[in-house]
Design a protein around this ligand. Structure first.
Ligand code: 13P
Ligand code: SF4
Length: 304
């Protein structure tokens, strides 16, 4: 079917089912165009809480749809492609976390939102890349077990006097950006501002002018006086940046910074999701209630 026909059908079904489409910035641009809301992980959590829809179609990866379902159990939450996952979220399991908690009994567990519901249920508080520093500094414990992203955890440890135990997880998309990539781009574009996501490696963050979540990068590109930017995150956001700020120039930090899981969500998959109620996310109630507390504690912190 042609894209225009698919889009019309999606709009019709959305109205019939009182559905909204929430999309992350890393999905395909044509999917972002049919979305009611496009955002980073934190704003998507908030959009799920505030939505009056009966159905949420999550154009993103599994942990995002699961978080929406944890917060809004009364809504039908659909993930159009069931195996659109996040390899980093899979780097920590509830079982491995329980073992680590035994080794660090005094540490509070701060889990990145890129984690399963079962892991959230075993954690004390959640965070996203937009609020991780504020979350860590808001809790009483002097000792923190930060899971699963070692790069975000290392970045946070530079902005707190708490003792942080890092987990060896990482996002392969951001790990694909190297210090050499940035050095080469800086030589080619000496006036460009380098905006980096905190999932990048420490050596890459060392070159950054600003370290921000995806929403933060988009806002900074608009408010900054600079006209050229090196963008240190998943390369799809370059399209949004160019569309939003056509007079500015954007260079991806690496052509290899590509999240194939986000790209699994196609327009056809969104249409089938609405048509066939595919694929409904169910979180067992016992896990959901505990995971919700972890997410709620984060949402109560007014620091993003
Ligand atoms: P944010 O949406 O918090 O910027 O995180 C990026 C990411 O990798 C999402 O999976
Ligand atoms: Fe996971 Fe990285 Fe893809 Fe985000 S960009 S979903 S952290 S693999």
């Amino acid at each position: 079917m042609e894209n225009q026909l698919i889009i019309e059908e999606i709009k019709k079904l959305k109205a019939e089912r009182n559905a909204v489409i929430l999309s992350h910035f890393y999905t395909r641009s044509e999917v972002q165009e049919v979305a009611d809301f496009v955002g980073d992980s934190l704003s998507l959590c908030k959009a799920a809480v505030n939505s009056k829809a009966d159905v949420i179609v999550f154009a993103g990866v599994h942990f995002m749809a699961e978080s929406a379902s944890i917060i809004s159990p009364e809504k039908t939450v659909l993930l159009p492609v069931p195996d659109a996952g996040c390899p980093m979220a899979d780097m920590v399991t509830a079982e491995s976390l329980r073992d680590a908690k035994k080794k660090h009994p005094d540490a509070a567990v701060v889990c990145y939102v890129n984690s399963s519901a079962a892991v959230k249920a075993e954690s004390d508080i959640c965070c996203t890349s937009a609020n991780a520093i504020n979350v860590v500094n808001s809790i009483e414990s002097r000792e923190i077990l930060f899971i699963p992203d070692k790069n975000l955890g290392a970045f946070v440890s530079l902005h707190t006097d708490k003792k942080i135990h890092l987990w060896p997880g990482f996002c392969h998309v951001h790990e694909n950006i190297s210090g050499e990539d940035i050095q080469e781009l800086k030589e080619l574009h000496p006036d460009a501002e380098f905006l980096a996501h905190p999932e990048c490696r420490p050596e890459v963050l060392g070159f950054a002018d600003r370290i921000l979540s995806t929403s933060g990068i988009i806002k900074e590109a608009g408010s900054s006086g600079s006209t050229e930017f090196i963008i240190g995150t998943e390369k799809e956001i370059i399209r949004s940046l160019k569309r939003k700020y056509p007079d500015k120039k954007f260079y991806p930090a690496s052509g290899k910074a590509f999240c194939y899981n986000m790209k699994k969500i196609t327009l056809e998959a969104v249409l089938n999701s609405l048509r066939n109620n595919e694929f409904e996310i169910h979180v067992p109630e016992q896990i959901r209630v505990k995971a919700r507390k972890t997410l709620d504690r984060m949402l109560e912190i007014n620091g993003n």
